[in-house]
Design a binder for this molecule. Structure first.
Ligand code: C2E
Ligand code: MG
Ligand code: MG
Ligand code: MG
Length: 280
């Protein structure tokens, strides 16, 4: 085996590593160009309450690449995050989401809808994040009470004091917070109690095998109980079947999101789905 600098040199020329670096650099350059050229769009997925039907949506970013077609956020968000491009991309996402809220506010059928926007760690920790959000709300005229930010456990617990400070400022302006992918991290319950959250979102990995896996069912039940005792709302993601929906309702979770109610799509598709749900 080579030693010292020799090993580094060998690593540098490892064809596999080299291929990964090249792919990432290309993706990064593509993202930069995509931002300039307006290749991003938001899709919307309905959030349904048992009592009220559609209560809002989650915004999910899409990249319409001229050659590759629709690229999944699972592929480009990590690269945007690592390169820092998530900051300008995140501003675009939040501005577009606010504009969508303003459009919904004009129609009495949709005026009460909330919009949940995913925020990643680097974006949330950016020194201008809070001011940026408040500025975008003012610029667009969107109602802050209709905007909900989805944060993850790892993000929240990374620097709890800073997290609480940022959340409190935004909360004072009217925004809400949902804890995304809940159950997949390692939340300490004592911290959870201190965070100014509004909602826990049961991760789809627990919903998938809800009917056949007793462990998943008891995790879902525990999350619902936890939400109740902390006085938080609870929503389940990844609901694909009527059986999953009914079992969640039986466990005390009455707000759902998933392919059963509609795939993420353009805002117009969401309107049609809501109209269909109302007449059926
Ligand atoms: P997430 O926030 O947990 O979003 C849920 C993911 O589950 C979405 O994948 C959605 O399309 C998918 N999904 C919804 N219903 C179902 C269902 O019934 N069954 C199954 N199997 N899947 C369902 P998507 O759109 O590919 O997004 C993946 C992840 O990328 C998101 O996970 C989120 O972490 C991230 N992401 C998406 N949009 C944004 C964004 O605007 N900003 C940031 N920072 N991250 C985003
Ligand atoms: Mg989410
Ligand atoms: Mg999620
Ligand atoms: Mg998830």
């Amino acid at each position: 085996q080579a030693k010292g600098a020799g090993r580094n040199t060998l690593r540098f020329f490892d064809p596999r590593t080299q291929a990964n670096v090249t792919a990432r650099t290309l993706l990064e350059a593509g993202l930069r160009e995509g931002l300039r050229e307006g290749q991003f769009l938001l899709h919307y997925q309905a959030q349904i309450s048992q009592q009220q039907g559609v209560v809002g949506a989650e915004a999910l970013v899409r990249w319409q690449h001229p050659q590759r077609g629709l690229v999944s956020p699972a592929e480009f968000i990590p690269v945007a995050e690592a390169s820092g491009l998530i900051v300008p991309l995140g501003v675009w996402i939040l501005r577009t989401a606010c504009q969508q809220l303003v459009a919904w506010a004009r129609d009495p059928q949709t005026a009460h809808w909330t919009l949940a926007v995913n925020v990643s760690a680097r974006q949330f920790r950016h020194s201008h994040f809070v001011d940026e959000v408040l500025g975008l709300l003012e610029e667009t005229g969107a109602n802050p009470h209709r905007l909900k930010l989805e944060l993850t456990e790892t993000l929240l617990l990374d620097d709890v004091e800073d997290t609480i400070q940022r959340m409190d400022t935004l909360r004072a302006a009217g925004l809400g917070f949902s804890l995304d992918d809940f159950g997949t991290g390692y939340s300490s319950l004592s911290y959870l109690k201190r965070l100014p959250l509004d909602q826990l979102k049961i991760d789809q990995s627990f919903v998938r095998d809800l009917l056949t896996d007793a462990n998943d069912a008891s995790i879902a039940r525990t999350i619902v109980t936890l939400a109740q005792s902390l006085d938080l709302g609870v929503i389940a993601e990844g609901v694909e079947t009527l059986e999953q929906r009914d079992m969640l309702a039986g466990l005390g979770c009455h707000t759902w999101q998933g392919y059963l109610f509609g795939r993420p799509g353009p805002a117009e598709a969401l309107l049609q789905a809501a109209a269909a749900a109302q007449t059926s």
